[in-house]
Design a protein around this ligand. Sequence first.
Ligand code: MV4
Length: 499
Amino acid sequence: MNIDRVLVANRGEIALRIIRSCHEEGLEAVAICSDADRSSAFVRAADAVVPIGPAPPAQSYLRIDRIIEAARESGAQAIHPGYGFLSERAAFAEAVEHAGLVFVGPPSAAIRAMGDKTEARRRMIAAGVPVVPGGSAPLENDADALLLAGKLGYPVMVKAVAGGGGRGMRVVRTAAELPGALKAAASEATKAFGDAGVYLERFIERPRHVEFQVLADFEKTIHLGERECSIQRRHQKLVEESPSMVMTPQLRRTMGQAAVSAAAAVGYRGVGTCEFLLAPDSSFYFLEMNTRIQVEHPVTEIVYSVDLVREQLRIARNQRMSITEWPLAPRGYAIECRITSEDPDNGFLPSAGRISYLVAPGGPGVRWDSGFEAGDEVTLFYDSLLAKLIVHSRDRDAAIRRMQRALRELVVVGVATNQAFHLRLLADPEFQRGAIDIQFLERRDDLLRPPPDEARDLRIAVAAALAEAELRLIRKPSVAGQAEERGAWATQGRVEALR
Ligand code: MV4
């Protein structure tokens, strides 16, 4: 089918990111938006917008019927789901396919195969991809579970068949705890996924989370190296890097081949990510495949000089991926910090409010991906990602210093953010040595709390930036109307900053 218009079934920074690549590919982009997003940057960037309902996602960004109707009425031939929302719902991909539209993503059958974690394990084993020792069918009863756990050796992990992303999991250290854990996990899985199925794996201690970027067109399947994603808190990634500081060319070839085999085993097309646990002894295990573009895709884009959304659009149009020379080697080092509207002084609870003032970092080697602007309201209806700050430099040390510099340039007034947490992390000797694993932030919860004198220093920086900005606005009467409005926000922000 000829595609000249793409509906973007998402919001915020990823909607804006997709719209930009559409435009560079000569495609028109149609936004959908909830009532809360009518004045957002992504809506203005689009060539057309279809309002689809009230702010709560269940009444807007999750409405399959309305979204397909919006594509029809706006003349879009394809739908890009972004990440989150409907991006990994096989039923959505299927509905799009059935409506005669193109889903910018993998075939619904590939989403379905990877969505069932025991099915995925069976396919991976058949394809020769290493998985964690464990069971590959849902458990029938406690006796079977106890027998299997005894064979695997404790600790074991109970996981939901329909799980992923860390929901519905339990670590079990003794046989006595197993029946209770099975019951709890099954009940949690029923509530979260409507599927009580659970299975067992040996629990891998202190691994890193290393994931591989995969691309597949009608001709070939390749990988674009790895991302190190071990810095996470409660399954929310906070910092991602590419390449991983522990990767060697040999290990990259081996893990990359496993990732390519994993994708091929489910008939994958488009871009996707294979998640692995990488143990301290360099053994690795396939965990799951994310069948969507990911939040952290920019670090890969930078070190491999590729636009992954552009590749998605090409593959959806039945064109070849633009990568012709392969394998590629990463160039330099990229780090992404997720700037979230979460308050480190308040147990990382999401904070809401108006962004009264915003100075985004810039300069060489800095990328700022955000859907927010000064004046925007941050609501609790959507996830807390304010922006992704991404830097590139020649090596990891230089990238860390560049990220520190960029974070110090950042000024956000009006909502609390995790900016100070990132600065503490980047200054930490253990982090700087790369001595991290998925439990790093649990061990180092000191990094999650501000030292006594830190908050004031930040406020001083904020106040200084605001004073400067107000002066600049006063000196430029040509933009008087705008300046007046922005000046009002700035003044309000300054008062808050000095309080
Ligand atoms: C594991 C594991 C240890 N051993 N499986 C969490 C998310 C989901 N994708 C699978 N997860 C894990 N599976 C075995 N056999 C540890 C985790 C895990 C984790 C994995 C990746 C990134 C962060 C994590 C945080 C806690 C637990």
